[in-house]
Design a protein around this ligand. Structure first.
Ligand SMILES: [Zn+2]
Length: 313
């Protein structure tokens, strides 16, 4: 039996035929058309899935299920997507609509959740009995996988790691609270900290890398300057690592998972980031002499969305 995984994104939709071990057998994709009505978007997605299935040499009889990871809130129990702003979806019956085209079990979940599941099946945390995935991008998302299955909480909205509060009366967050973790641990946070720093220290290498235009700063520039030992970039980097390490230590303290996986755009900084995090986390660990979670970088890259969606059950 094979499964289909769909990675729904604001610019493109990737489809993959995936085997039980998480190997992609065939891929397809379409451009996202948010200008179309929801039903038509789903029809195009299903058509792409069927076409990809056919190219893989399989038929509907071989197909066990279709899973989709969406960049928003997805209710895995009802198959309804309450919010998915990037796609312009509000309270849309994804499962019911999709089953009009492919009458198989249709599973949905949030994209960070499925990326974490993918790593647990075929990636860096493969086979771990428990893992926490943290995606460090424009925001911060996360997922909890226990015994190979997603734990979404009693009401389906758990693992919102990005909105755990890290700082009392801290930076305002898009969610309405202040001091949320994603205001300190996202790429957006690195950029904000760098802009604040170069306003006071315009001689920083970050200012050279962004051609003196703070609006052009990205996380990579800050990491690049820190790698070159620029003192201001190093200070921003250390501050970022300190927040991230405290967040990770809190997860370890509370949940004690086997593995913590870091993904998302910021994780592309590779061993420079990972080594710093691994060195910093023990400072905040409660039981320093006892074993604690392995901290790793995600390794599946852009295919994680397809693989994880296909593994939903
Ligand atoms: Zn928040």
């Amino acid at each position: 039996m094979i499964r289909i995984g769909i990675d729904v994104g604001g610019t493109g939709i990737q489809v993959g035929v995936v085997d039980k071990e998480g190997r992609i057998l065939q891929k397809g994709g379409i451009v996202t058309r948010t200008d179309l009505p929801f039903a038509e978007q789903v029809a195009q997605m299903a058509a792409c899935a069927l076409e990809t299935l056919q190219r893989s040499g399989h038929t509907l009889d071989d197909l066990e299920s279709v899973g989709a990871g969406v960049p928003g809130v997805a209710d895995y129990r009802t198959g309804i997507i309450p919010f998915c702003t990037n796609m312009g979806w509000h309270d849309v019956p994804f499962r019911t609509e999709f089953q009009k085209h492919i009458n198989k079990p249709i599973l949905i979940d949030n994209d960070a959740t499925v990326a974490g599941l993918a790593e647990n099946v075929a990636g860096v945390s493969a086979g771990a009995s428990s893992s926490v995935f943290i995606t460090l991008g424009t925001g911060v998302g996360g997922s909890i996988i226990i015994n190979g299955r997603v734990w979404s909480g009693a009401h389906g909205v758990g693992s919102e790691i990005g909105h755990m509060i890290l700082e009392l009366d801290g930076e305002p967050c898009t969610c309405g609270n202040k001091g949320c973790l994603e205001r300190y641990c996202s790429a957006t946070a690195i950029i904000r900290m760098a802009r604040e720093a170069i306003a006071r220290h315009p001689d920083s290498m970050i200012n050279t890398l962004c051609d003196g235009k703070p609006e052009k700063i990205n996380a990579k520039m800050v990491f690049d300057a820190a790698r070159e030992s620029d003192p201001i970039a190093t200070k921003v980097f250390r501050r970022y690592i300190s927040y991230l390490a405290q967040a990770i230590a809190s997860i370890i303290q509370f949940f004690d998972p086997e593995v913590i996986v870091l993904g998302g755009g910021v994780s592309k900084a590779g061993s420079f980031l990972l080594d710093a995090v691994r060195a910093e986390v023990p400072k905040y660990i409660l039981y320093k002499t006892l074993p604690y979670a392995r901290i790793e970088l995600a390794k599946l890259g852009p295919d994680a969305g397809i693989i994880g969606a296909a593994m939903l059950q």
